[in-house]
Write a protein that binds this ligand. Structure first.
Ligand SMILES: Nc1ncnc2c1ncn2[C@@H]1O[C@H](COP(=O)(O)OP(=O)(O)O)[C@@H](O)[C@H]1O
Ligand SMILES: [Mg+2]
Length: 620
C-alpha cells in the first residue's frame, strides 16, 4: 500500500453536529468508500463529560483558582534526596502558554510552602501513538486535529527552598530553609503572587541599593502588589556583615549593551543623604565619595535631572525606594593637557589639575609603558631614584634630558654595567614619549594639593578623559587616580581626605588597567589593587568595575569581586570567565538591553533581572 492510500484510509472529521463522520475505505477502489454516521450516543463512556475550557473551576476557595496544575506521581515517583529531587507537575491546558523554563512557583503544604523553579518542560503522549512516522506527519501537516488535551504537559520542579513563618520579637516573619520534604501528590502548583514570598524564596534583601526588577526569560515577574514588580536590592547595611559595595561590583557586557546606562542608575543609588558608611570600626558614619573614571564623557551628567521622567516614573521610583534626580554635588576634574581642551557635557563645576612629575618618584610605572621587561623596569627605577636625588625642579623633560645624556648612558650602561646596554636603549625608547611632555607639571594646581577637593563625602568626582587624543595620557591619568586612592588607603600615613572618606571608585574599561598581561608594570599595580580590594571593607573602598572583556581581568582582582552583573555577552571566552550556573549561562547571549544576570552569593540566589528602562539622571 502506498502512503497516500494509508493516509486516506481512515480520516476522522469532526462534524460539530453531534455526530462523528468516519470515512472507511473498504477496498482499493475509490467507489467503495462508505460514509457512515455514528451517533454520539454510541461512544458514550461511564465518565462525566470533560470540557477542556472548564478546568479547575470546581476547585475554589483554597487559592487554587489560578493554579497552573498539580503535582503528579503517575509517571514518575516523587522523590527528594540529599543530592536532588524529582518533582513533576501536570500543567493544565489553559496555563501551558504562560509556563516557561525558569518560572518560579509555590506548592503549598498547608503549614508551609515549597518554593521552586521550573527546570524542565515536557510533552508526553496521552495515548501511545507512534507519531514519528511519514504517514502521521503528512496527515498532520494536511489536517492537524489534535488538541492540547491529547497530550500531557509536564513541568519538572527544582526545589529552591521551603518558606515558613517564623515567630520573631516583632511578630511573624517569613523565613526559608533547605528543601527537605516533598509535596503531596495532587497538590496545586501556584504562581507566586506575593512579593514577600518571592523575595524570601530567592533570598533578596527587602531594601538596599536598587538594581532592577526580577524577571524570567525577559519577562518581569509580576505579583499582586502595587507596583506589581519585584525590586532587586543589593544589601547596603551592616545587618549581616558590611555593605556589599565594599566587596566590589563588576558590570560586564558587550559594547552597546547598556553598561554605562545601568552603571549610572546603580551609582546614583549610593548618593543619598541617608546613605552613610562606617570606617574602620569608627562610630561616625559618612556619605561616600563617588570617583568615576569616565572615558566617554558620560558621567558628569549625574549633575542633571533626566527631563524625560514622567509623573508615573516618579511614583514608581518612590514606591520602590529608587533614588533619582540630579546629584548637585557633582564636580568634573579636568587634567590640563597642553593642546587639548575639555568642553564638558554638563554644567557641573570644572576644576583643573595637573600631575606633578614628582609623583613618578614613588610610582615609576606611571611612565613605564605596559610590556617592559623586568630588567628594563629595574633600570627605570634606578634611573628615577638617581634623578630624584638631584637638586632642583624635577620634570619629565628634565628626566628625559638626564637619561638621553651620553654621560649618563656611559655611567650606567658602559662603565658600571648597572644596566645592560641594550636594556638601557630600550628604556630610553620606551619612556620617551612626546605626549607625556604635555601632561606633567602643566599650569594648574597639582592633584596632590587638591585631594581635599576631590575626595569629599557626598560628592561625585568625575574624571573625563575622552577629550585627550593620546591613549597613553588617558591611561596615565586613570592610573594616577587609581594609585592615589589605593596608596593612600593602604598606607597608615595616607592623606586624611582619602583615608577618612568612604570611596566608591567607578572604573570604566577596567580590563585596560587590570589585565593580567605580563610585565612588571601591570603586576605591581595589580597586586596593589588586589590588596586594596581585600581591605576594601576595612578601609571603606568599593570598586565598581565595568568591562566588555571580563576574561582579561586579573584573577586575583576578579576573585575579590562579590557581585557580578552580566549583561549580554557574545564572546565565549567572556561568558566562560563568569562561571555562572549552566541554566543561566545559556541565557547570556540572548539577554536583551537592560536584562541581566546577577551573581551575588552573599546577597541572594542567582537571578535574572531587568534594569530600569529610564535613566534616573540625564543620559544621552
Ligand atoms: N535599559 C535600557 N533601556 C533603554 N535603553 C537603554 C538601556 N540600556 C541602554 N540603553 C541605551 O542603549 C545605548 C547603549 O547604552 P550604553 O550604556 O552606552 O552601552 P555600553 O556602555 O554598554 O556601551 C544608549 O543609547 C542607551 O541609552
Ligand atoms: Mg559605555
Amino acid at each position: 500500500m502506498r502512503d497516500e492510500d494509508i493516509l486516506s484510509f481512515v480520516s476522522r472529521i469532526s462534524s460539530g453536529t453531534g455526530t462523528t463522520k468516519v470515512v472507511i475505505r473498504t477496498s482499493e477502489n475509490e467507489k467503495d468508500l462508505v460514509e457512515k454516521e455514528i451517533p454520539l450516543k454510541e461512544k458514550q463512556h461511564p465518565f462525566e463529560d470533560y470540557d477542556p475550557d472548564d478546568r479547575v473551576s470546581e476547585v475554589s476557595g483554597n487559592g487554587s483558582d489560578n493554579a497552573l496544575g498539580i503535582i503528579t506521581t503517575g509517571l514518575e515517583p516523587l522523590e527528594i534526596t540529599d543530592t536532588g529531587a524529582r518533582i513533576t507537575g501536570y500543567i493544565t491546558t489553559k496555563c501551558r502558554r504562560d509556563v516557561r523554563l525558569g518560572t518560579y512557583v509555590i506548592v503549598p503544604y498547608g503549614d508551609e510552602d515549597l518554593f521552586a523553579r521550573i527546570w524542565k518542560l515536557q510533552y508526553v503522549q496521552e495515548y501511545a501513538v507512534d507519531d514519528a512516522t511519514e504517514i502521521h506527519s503528512r496527515r498532520m501537516l494536511h489536517f492537524n486535529d489534535t488538541d492540547e488535551v491529547d497530550y500531557k504537559f509536564l513541568a519538572c520542579l527544582d526545589p529552591i527552598c521551603i518558606l515558613y513563618e517564623q515567630k520573631t520579637n516583632g511578630g511573624v516573619s517569613l523565613a526559608r530553609r533547605m528543601g527537605d520534604r516533598i509535596p503531596r501528590p495532587n497538590t496545586p502548583i501556584l504562581p507566586v503572587t506575593e512579593k514577600a514570598k518571592i523575595q524570601t524564596g530567592l533570598n533578596i534583601p527587602g531594601e538596599g541599593i536598587f538594581m532592577g526588577h526580577l524577571s524570567v526569560g525577559g519577562e518581569l515577574v509580576k505579583t499582586q502588589a502595587v507596583p506589581p514588580t519585584v525590586p532587586y536590592y543589593l544589601r547596603n547595611d551592616y545587618s549581616m556583615g558590611d555593605p556589599l559595595i565594599f566587596r566590589h561590583i563588576l558590570v560586564c557586557g558587550s559594547t552597546g549593551t547598556g553598561k554605562t546606562f545601568l552603571t549610572k542608575n546603580i551609582l546614583r543609588q549610593f548618593m543619598s543623604e541617608s546613605n552613610r558608611y562606617r570606617l574602620r570600626g569608627s562610630e561616625e558614619k559618612k556619605n561616600p565619595c563617588l570617583v568615576i573614571m569616565d572615558p566617554q564623557d558620560e558621567y558628569s551628567q549625574l549633575f542633571e535631572d533626566n527631563p524625560e521622567l514622567t509623573r508615573e516614573d516618579d511614583f514608581n521610583f518612590r514606591a520602590e525606594k529608587v533614588n533619582f534626580g540630579a546629584c548637585k554635588n557633582t564636580r568634573t576634574f579636568v587634567a590640563k593637557v597642553e593642546g587639548e581642551a575639555y568642553t564638558g557635557r554638563s554644567r557641573a563645576e570644572q576644576i583643573e589639575f595637573t600631575i606633578p612629575f614628582e609623583m613618578v618618584r614613588s610610582n615609576s610605572w606611571l611612565i613605564a609603558p605596559v610590556g617592559m621587561t623586568e630588567l628594563q623596569y629595574l633600570g627605570v627605577d634606578l634611573l628615577l631614584e638617581d634623578y630624584f636625588k638631584r637638586s632642583g625642579k624635577h620634570t619629565y623633560s628634565g628626566f628625559m634630558d638626564f637619561i638621553e645624556d651620553d654621560q649618563t648612558r656611559d655611567k650606567y650602561a658602559v662603565d658600571s654595567g648597572k644596566i645592560h646596554e641594550s636594556s638601557y636603549d630600550g628604556i630610553v625608547r620606551r619612556v620617551k614619549n612626546r605626549a607625556l611632555a604635555r601632561v606633567f607639571d602643566q599650569p594648574a594646581r597639582p592633584i596632590t594639593e587638591i585631594l581635599g577637593q576631590i575626595f569629599r563625602p557626598g560628592q561625585v568626582s568625575v574624571f573625563p578623559t575622552e577629550y585627550i587624543t593620546s591613549p597613553r595620557i588617558r591611561d596615565l591619568i586613570t592610573l594616577t587616580l587609581m594609585s592615589t586612592i589605593v596608596d593612600n588607603k593602604l598606607s597608615t600615613a595616607g592623606e586624611t581626605a582619602v583615608k577618612e572618606t568612604p570611596i566608591i571608585l567607578g572604573l570604566d574599561e577596567a580590563h585596560r588597567y587590570l589585565a593580567s598581561a605580563s610585565g612588571e608594570h601591570s603586576r605591581r599595580l595589580i597586586s596593589k589593587f588586589a590588596d586594596a580590594a581585600r581591605q576594601g571593607r576595612k578601609e571603606g573602598l568599593g570598586l565598581f568595575l565595568i568591562t566588555q572583556d571580563p576574561q582579561d581581568i586579573d584573577e586575583t582582582v576578579f576573585k575579590q569581586i562579590n557581585t557580578r552583573i552580566i549583561l549580554n555577552l557574545s564572546n565565549d571566552a567572556a561568558i566562560g570567565a563568569m562561571k555562572v550556573r549552566k541554566e543561566f549561562e545559556k541565557r547570556i547571549p540572548y539577554l536583551k538591553k537592560g536584562q541581566m544576570i546577577v551573581q551575588s552569593p552573599d546577597n541572594s540566589d542567582m537571578v535574572e533581572i531587568i534594569g530600569l528602562s529610564r535613566c534616573v539622571v540625564r543620559h544621552i
